[in-house]
Design a protein around this ligand. Structure first.
Ligand SMILES: O=C(O)C1=C[C@@H](OP(=O)(O)O)[C@@H](O)[C@H](O)C1
Ligand SMILES: C=C(OP(=O)(O)O)C(=O)O
Length: 448
């Protein structure tokens, strides 16, 4: 937490370390945000206390813990073996307990603003949800429609966004519900996570443009099955959750493979090598796609004895990459350093992430002299030499890390508000400094 506080207060310009030589590093990253916050929600609904080992400790997980506490769960830190903080012991919410009036701060966390309201519908009381000013711009209409469709009384002042207040009776029938999850997969995940506690379970149907980030829905289904919830996802755009208990669990949370991305990207940006031990052999995390994305961008990628090793080639090669989802900002940073054109497609919904990521990436890459262009559903990035300058982060952790990647290869880049990485990885500035120092050592060794 101290690191989070100090990173958070470092809100001005951070001189991005410029690598004098290739990095040669072994890196461990903190636990997955997506898994930690799913497990936390399920632990709050479980039929007994659950333990999360080596979980994430970051702004988004703290917001989730505080939200669950506001709804009556007990979450305690207990000593554990994780590198990045204690384990968590969760005592579930007592069904039917009267909450009175309570508030939930969602910060800028999509998992909190989308996952917690359906959970609150299972409590008794009045719950007001709000978040950062930027959170009020994120798509929430499908959550609001879904809650109303489930019979929950909700006042959103007609804005279809945060803030809103719901009056929950603790009783939700569930059954067939149609939503439009075209703006975020989290609308689907949120309802699936709590569906087993609805009286009739849930048959969720998506209608509209295709659901983005489907890997995250698959993760939700896998996590639900691992705690004994029956889910049928055999029909496209339909998910059926059987009513029943959520079994209490004891789980070790995988490291965040999406957040491993900037470190692996450093291998390409500096023509060096980065190893990530403890890379799961099988995982539901979208970050496993780094293996193919980085290979397409010209790196050599190998996996042996649980360690993923990425070595940068002589040049980053541009590529056509579809559906990179939350991996897009890191990917775009590498494309800005590439020797040929790249096209990123299937990421229109990034306009509703922490910031409008397509506009932000184009603005920041081009401000450093690059050539990036927005398309209807993604980006085109053409090679052009970059120069130093300020890379704005828009309170978006992945914009901040994208700036750091470019800064490794381009002298004089300053990232505005590196502290925003505390959303999912408060340790980022320290881990990046450690990585950078391997480049200094390599360059000194080369000079001898
Ligand atoms: O469920 C999750 O944990 C997430 C789902 C995705 O959201 P979108 O579907 O809005 O892209 C992803 O981008 C986000 O970082 C995490
Ligand atoms: C989109 C992201 O976050 P959130 O969970 O807030 O949607 C992200 O981390 O890239």
């Amino acid at each position: 937490m101290t690191e989070q506080a100090s990173a958070g207060s470092n809100s001005n310009h951070w001189p991005a370390p410029f690598a004098p030589g290739p990095v040669d590093a072994t890196v461990y990253v903190p636990a997955s945000k997506s898994l930690t916050n799913r497990y936390l929600v399920l632990a709050a609904l479980a039929d007994g206390p659950s333990r999360l080992r080596a979980p994430l400790h970051s702004r988004d997980s703290v917001l989730m813990i505080d939200a669950l506490r506001a709804l009556g769960a007990r979450v305690e830190e207990t000593p554990g073996e994780g590198r990045f903080g204690p384990d968590l012991l969760v005592t579930p919410i007592e069904q039917g307990r009267e909450l009175g009036e309570t508030r939930v701060d969602c910060g800028l966390a999509g998992t909190v603003m989308r996952f917690v309201p359906p959970l609150a519908a299972l409590c008794t009381g009045t719950v007001t949800f709000d978040g950062d000013p930027q959170a009020r711009k994120r798509p929430m209409g499908s959550t609001i429609d879904a809650l109303r469709g489930l019979g929950v009384r909700l006042d959103d002042g007609g804005n279809r966004s945060l803030p809103f207040t719901l009056a929950a009776s603790g009783d939700v029938d569930g059954g067939h519900l149609v939503i439009d999850a075209g703006a975020s997969s989290q609308f689907v995940s949120a309802l699936l996570l709590v569906g087993a506690k609805f009286r009739n379970g849930l048959h969720l149907e998506h209608s509209g443009q295709s659901v983005p980030s489907l890997d995250h829905v698959a993760m939700t289904v896998a996590v639900l099955r691992s705690v004994g919830v029956e889910v049928d996802d055999s029909r496209q755009n339909h998910w059926v959750v059987r009513p029943g208990p959520v079994k209490a669990f004891d789980v070790t949370v995988e490291q965040d493979l999406s957040n491993a991305g900037p470190f692996l990207a450093a291998a390409l940006a500096t023509k060096g090598t980065v190893r990530i031990p403890g890379w799961p052999e099988k995982t539901t995390q979208v970050g496993d796609k780094w293996r193919s994305i980085l290979a397409q961008l010209g790196a050599t990628v190998s996996y042996e004895n649980g360690t993923l090793t990425v070595t940068g080639g002589a040049e980053i090669t541009g590529a056509q990459l579809a559906d990179t989802s939350e991996l897009a900002p890191t990917t775009a940073a590498l494309c800005a350093l590439a020797g040929s054109e790249s096209r990123l497609t299937g990421i229109a919904h990034l306009r509703g992430h922490e910031t409008d990521r397509l506009a932000a990436l184009v603005a920041e890459i081009n401000a450093l002299g690059g050539d990036a262009e927005e398309t209807e559903d993604g980006l085109i990035i053409r090679p052009r030499p970059l120069h130093g300058g300020v890379f704005h982060s828009y309170e978006d952790h992945r914009m901040a890390t994208a700036g750091a990647i470019i800064g490794l290869a381009v002298e004089g880049v300053e990232v505005e508000d590196i502290g925003t990485t505390a959303k999912t990885m408060p340790e980022f500035p320290r881990l990046w400094q450690d990585l950078f120092e391997t480049s200094v050592r390599q360059s000194e060794a080369g000079a001898l």
